[in-house]
Design a protein around this ligand. Structure first.
Ligand code: M6R
Length: 357
């Protein structure tokens, strides 16, 4: 039920801090350490490469997951769009582990890959919001997202839940391999939950940005570097899916290789700047597009902010920034769609779960 909310999407955006806390609770033992199924831990430890397979928003979560698993657990990871994987299978390593990420657990494109790799005899882990779903039943192992039912077609809380569970999986694998980490992951996730609450309390500010930048535009670009880039892909998908604005996410460094030709007077460019090591570079990109007439806005994080930034996020652990940056992007998409009189929860041509290949 929507309760007092005008749309499920807004309700689900607001639920994200609670979902984070639920995940912490479900994946925590009595000593406040990560608790994960022993079989999953063994499978992660035993593999020589992880193949993440997913579609849409879940694929975008997978990109962030790759960063976690490689950086923390030092296991190589490939992320694949399920529909491409089925007929364009990459060369596999000797001991692959397949990780399917799917909110619904019913996505046909992902299932087709699961069936194929099971026939080949490879192990599979499904990360899903629906424990009894097809992808969950047919895989060897399952991790639950605990996000609660997601009704809006545009995925929001499932995306952040996927990223949080992937962080937990990466940390657990690192610990299983005896790799020392210099932060407490569950504590950092708790900080993220608080940051999300601050963000969801700033709806008016984001609504103003949506009004000023997106109300009448035909297109919009999101730029970022490093993990901000992955969130740009998700921010663009969210915007196009529900507001029908043609939106694309680009890596800041790619602009000069072609994309910058698209910038015209007034083109909205939303830049994410939350990563210390690329802060200077992304800000130069913002200047480049602004000099060509773009209506540029910077969303930055406390500690890296500048006076001219349109929106500043509370500080969270640098690896976990996607969990925070995506919230204003979800809200931007929501308000853009609302102001353009679009059907927020049920965008045209789309279904909540795509059960045909
Ligand atoms: O249920 P799944 O996570 O497998 O769904 C994958 C995509 O269809 C889904 O994320 C889709 O892109 C959403 N509508 C995005 O908001």
């Amino acid at each position: 039920e929507k309760g007092t909310y005008p749309h499920f999407m807004l309700k689900e955006i607001d639920e994200q801090p609670f979902v984070m806390r639920k995940i912490i609770q479900e994946y925590q033992d009595e000593n406040n350490q990560i608790k994960l199924d022993q079989d999953v831990r063994e499978a992660m430890k035993a593999c020589d490469r992880v193949y993440i397979v997913a579609c849409g928003t879940s694929y975008h979560a997978g990109l962030v997951g790759k960063e976690f698993i490689e950086k923390l657990a030092k296991v190589p990871v490939e992320v694949h769009v399920a529909s491409e994987f089925s007929y364009n299978m990459p060369l596999l390593s000797e001991k692959p582990l397949f990780v399917f990420i799917s909110q619904s657990g019913e996505t046909a494109d992902s299932r087709a890959v699961l069936v194929k790799i099971k026939e080949m005899g490879y192990p599979a882990l499904t990360i899903t919001n629906v424990p009894g779903s097809t992808l969950s039943r047919e895989a060897d192992y399952t991790l639950n997202l605990y996000a609660g039912p997601e009704i809006a077609v545009a995925s929001t809380k499932a995306y952040t839940a996927q990223i949080a569970v992937l962080a937990i999986l990466a940390v657990d694998t690192a610990q299983a391999k005896g790799i020392e980490l210099d932060f407490d992951p569950l504590q950092e996730l708790a900080i993220v939950a608080n940051a999300m609450e601050v963000l969801t309390d700033q709806k008016e500010a984001i609504e103003d940005l949506a009004r000023n930048y997106l109300e009448t535009t035909r297109n919009a670009f999101f730029i970022g570097r490093s993990s901000d880039y992955y969130v740009c892909l998700e921010g663009a998908l969210k915007l196009k899916e529900i507001s029908y604005i043609q939106a694309e996410g680009f890596a800041g460094g790619e602009l000069k290789h072609g994309t910058i030709a698209l910038i015209e007077e007034g083109t909205p460019v939303i830049a994410l700047a939350t990563q210390t090591d690329v802060n200077y570079a992304i800000r130069s990109n913002v200047q480049e597009v602004a000099a060509r007439g773009a209506n540029a806005m910077v969303i930055s994080m406390k500690g890296l902010e500048q006076d001219s930034d349109a929106f500043v996020l509370p500080h969270v652990h640098e690896l976990l920034t996607p969990l925070a940056t995506v919230v204003p992007l979800q809200l931007l998409a929501y308000y853009a769609a609302l102001h353009r009189d679009c059907d927020v929860d049920k965008p045209r041509n789309l279904a909540k779960s795509v059960t045909v290949e």
